[in-house]
Design a protein around this ligand. Structure first.
Ligand code: URA
Length: 431
């Protein structure tokens, strides 16, 4: 291990043998945390090259259980977001893409920090089971061809150890470490086609476009080296995605999309990413054709029916979602606009994410319990015109005090302009 740390300190290439030995010893519990942490810090200061990153990714992917999807029909498709505020795209796209013929068996994460997690959102549905072993997950999908579960400790076991140490040692932000962490779990998850959504903006890991493009490029090149058919879209996360931030509220919005209701920028992103994903998986002959297929799956009711089958097989109550009976916060306060004719110029995703965490909708530490009912519902998005008395947003909180505090932060997070504003692009790039 001392040689391994020294190699990183001195910017030497590690090579396959050293990396496999490191990962093997790591999962075997043979490396003290202080040595792993020293290597991680050296890896942040002297990042691994692409060759070593690809080797590390493969070694981490094989460090635990891998899902075998061979009993399920092809194409095996996965969709992954690097994380954002109000990002409920997975909940909408898993059933919609399955309705178009893809097998979608997916491991998802819990939220940590300002970015929410799909598993926390789904956990707000009464009865929804999310704790399946990898083999049971595949069996569960035998008829419906879709299933979602929380990432299991046994999948990419090395990543669990490394991620917890990274989180505790200020070594999360480093492209080769992020790439190996994300892709090792995708490879172990068994899908062959992977559509990535790399978020950029104040509510994302990557706050500037140059870094986000760099991350997307690394993910695509490393994924291809590992044999994945992979594509990445770089998409906006300067404003929260869609009109809701908060676990139960986001489930409603995802199901609004599946029901064919208007869902603004969130719906647009689902169609965009879904169209790319169908093209990538060979279920459409172009992204445009993919978008058409997806719109058709939604308007014909197939996507919503598939969502109903999905919830049924995982024990979740479809009725509770459709009848809006998920946990509701006891206090709701509305913000109505005062101050004459204005336009919504910006909604700071990072700040909205942070205030929803403060309301109890996210975790500060991984042991924290979250409250599924709290959050923010917007009646506007970037560019919306406002006149006096128009509703801007509603805060859902556990108490009057928490609601008032959140509303004050929310009002500071929304920028208003006197003139119509330029709306940020939704998709910056597809690689
Ligand atoms: N998501 C992951 O799974 N790992 C990272 O390192 C960053 C985001």
């Amino acid at each position: 291990m001392l040689d391994f740390i020294a190699a990183r300190r001195d910017r030497r290439e590690h090579g396959a043998q050293a990396i496999h030995a490191f990962v093997g010893q790591l999962v075997g519990g043979a490396i003290p945390d202080y040595q792993t942490a020293a290597w991680l810090m050296a890896a942040v200061l002297n990042p691994l090259n692409e060759n070593d990153t690809a080797i590390l990714t493969q070694a981490m992917a094989s460090s635990g259980v891998t899902l075998d999807l061979s009993e399920l029909p092809k194409p095996w498709l996965d969709k992954h977001s690097t994380g954002g505020v109000g990002d409920k795209t997975t909940i909408a796209l898993v059933p919609a893409l399955a309705a178009c013929g893809a097998t979608m068996v997916k491991m998802s994460g819990r939220g940590l920090g300002i970015t929410g997690g799909t598993i926390d959102k789904l956990a707000s549905i009464p009865g929804m089971r999310l704790d399946f072993d990898p083999d049971d997950l595949v069996e569960l999908a035998a008829d419906t061809h879709l299933a979602v579960a929380g990432a299991n400790r046994s999948i990419a076991a090395a990543d669990k150890i490394l991620y917890e140490l990274r989180d505790a040692t200020g070594t999360v932000s480093c492209i080769p470490l992020i790439v190996s962490s994300i892709l090792s779990k995708k490879i172990a998850g068994g899908a062959k086609h992977v559509m990535l959504d790399v978020k950029v903006g104040s509510g994302a890991f990557m706050t500037n476009l140059v870094e986000a493009r760099e991350l997307a490029g690394w993910l695509v090149r490393t994924g291809r080296k590992a044999g994945l058919n992979i594509r990445a879209a770089v998409t906006d996360m300067s404003c929260p995605l869609g009109r809701t931030v908060g676990n139960a509220l986001e489930v409603y919005e995802a199901f609004d999309f599946l029901s064919g209701k208007p869902t603004g920028r969130f719906g647009e992103l689902c169609i965009e990413l879904g169209g790319q994903a169908l093209d990538l998986a060979g279920l459409a002959h172009s992204p445009r054709h993919g978008r058409e297929r997806l719109r058709e799956a939604v308007s014909s009711g197939q996507a919503l029916r598939k969502a109903g089958e999905w919830l049924d097989t995982q024990g979740g109550s479809f009725e509770a979602v459709l009848n809006r009976e998920l946990p509701a916060a006891p206090v709701q306060i509305e913000w109505r606009h005062k101050g004459g004719r204005k336009f919504v110029e910006s909604i700071d995703a990072g700040e909205v994410g942070a205030l929803v965490v403060a309301l109890g909708g996210g975790r500060r530490k991984k042991e924290d319990e979250i409250d599924p009912s709290v959050g923010v519902e917007f009646m506007v998005e970037q560019g919306s015109p406002l006149s006096d008395g128009d509703p801007v947003a509603r805060v859902h909180a556990r108490s009057e005090e928490e609601a008032a505090e959140a509303l004050e932060r929310l009002q500071a997070a929304v920028g208003l302009a006197d003139k119509p504003v330029r709306i940020s692009p939704l998709v910056f790039d597809v690689l």
